[in-house]
Design a protein around this ligand. Structure first.
Ligand code: SF4
Ligand code: SF4
Length: 323
């Protein structure tokens, strides 16, 4: 497991002996290009290692699972609704203005009927704003639930999307509305690189991408790095099951000057702890220091990785000065 420090030594910015004042108020999004890479393991163990003044937001609302490791006691469960149009056809003149303004084809006028496709509606309100006769009211439909709880000093919040529902960004935004600027906020983002991931990474201080050293891992990592660069957020990598696969992920990281901040080897004890819903830092306490050091690296990079990340491809000489 000492290999974990080997990677930090290669790219790292904070040595093991540096004294860092840990500050709070940061938002760290933990993401991965694909599912099953260990993103939740990193998010939950980082939160547990920080101990207090931390909130963990599980934004993987289609399949939240951080609670299986954090074991929070939920104190509040509330339904979450999003606005949708409700049409009163007795007032409607079938002018078609509502359908014209809708970018998502969620409302249509057909044979003197107004059809609303709620699953396509983004709740922007455009249709009821433009209706000249006030025939559209703001209705609502349930997207899922928000649950809030505590676990050993960690404030825990997650959203659960209703089964069969596809509109996850509004629920993710609702989960993120509980971000507390006085705490360290750790976001467990959904896998992939689509809208839900962007909603989970946008306006965060740092993105930690968890990957694995396989061809699939590399492929999805490249997509995730691209998405992060568009958002212009400092980023670093964690390689999970780092002693399996090949070294193409490391070569890519080196080539793109992406800092590898931690490596987690494939280890039977770790895998067994995961399968029992136990935290790595509880089962192997040495990992707590490693996660604290990971936080120190993130804190340093979020402060000093000031150049736009897109410069990594355009002006590699500048990024060389940073790392
Ligand atoms: S904009 Fe209003 S009046 Fe016109 S078709 Fe839509 S609901 Fe009917
Ligand atoms: S609220 Fe917005 S997205 Fe929904 S139907 Fe109206 S215009 Fe379309």
């Amino acid at each position: 497991m000492d290999g974990a420090w080997g990677a930090v030594a290669v790219y790292g910015v904070v040595s093991k002996n540096d004294l860092i004042e840990r500050r709070f108020g940061m938002i760290i999004s933990i993401a991965s290009g694909k599912g099953g890479t260990g993103k939740t393991t990193v998010a939950t163990n980082l939160a547990r290692s920080m101990g207090c003044n931390v909130q963990l937001l599980d934004c993987d609302v289609e399949e939240p699972n951080a609670h299986l490791f954090i074991h929070p006691s939920f104190e509040e469960t509330e339904p979450f609704f999003m606005p949708v149009p409700e049409v009163n056809e007795t007032r409607c003149t079938f002018c078609g203005k509502c359908a014209d303004i809708c970018q998502f084809k969620a409302i249509a006028v057909v044979n003197e009927h107004v059809l609303v496709f709620e699953e396509l509606c983004h709740g922007c309100g455009g249709c009821w704003e433009v209706c000249p006769v006030g025939a559209i009211q703001e209705g609502r439909r349930k997207l899922g639930v928000i649950q809030r709880g505590q676990s050993n000093g960690i404030e825990f919040i997650h959203g659960r999307l209703r089964v069969g529902e596809a509109m996850s960004p509004p629920l993710i935004k609702k989960v993120r509305s509980f971000e507390n600027p006085d705490k360290l906020t750790i976001i467990d983002a959904p896998p992939g690189t689509s809208c839900p991931v962007i909603a989970s990474m946008k306006d965060t201080d740092f993105v930690l991408l968890v990957t694995e050293p396989t061809p699939f891992g590399l492929h999805d990592l490249k997509l995730a790095v691209g998405a992060t660069q568009i958002l212009d957020i400092p980023l670093g990598l964690v390689i999970n099951r780092s002693d399996l696969g090949d070294d193409r992920v490391r070569k890519y990281a080196l080539q793109r000057r992406l800092p590898i901040l931690m490596e987690i080897p494939f280890d039977r004890q770790i895998a067994e702890a995961y399968s029992r819903g136990e935290m790595l830092v509880d089962v192997i306490p040495q990992w707590k220091d490693r996660f604290l050091r990971l936080y120190d690296q993130i804190q340093h990079l979020s402060k000093h990785q000031t150049l736009n990340t897109k410069y990594q491809t355009q002006r590699p000489s500048l990024t060389a000065r940073i790392w």
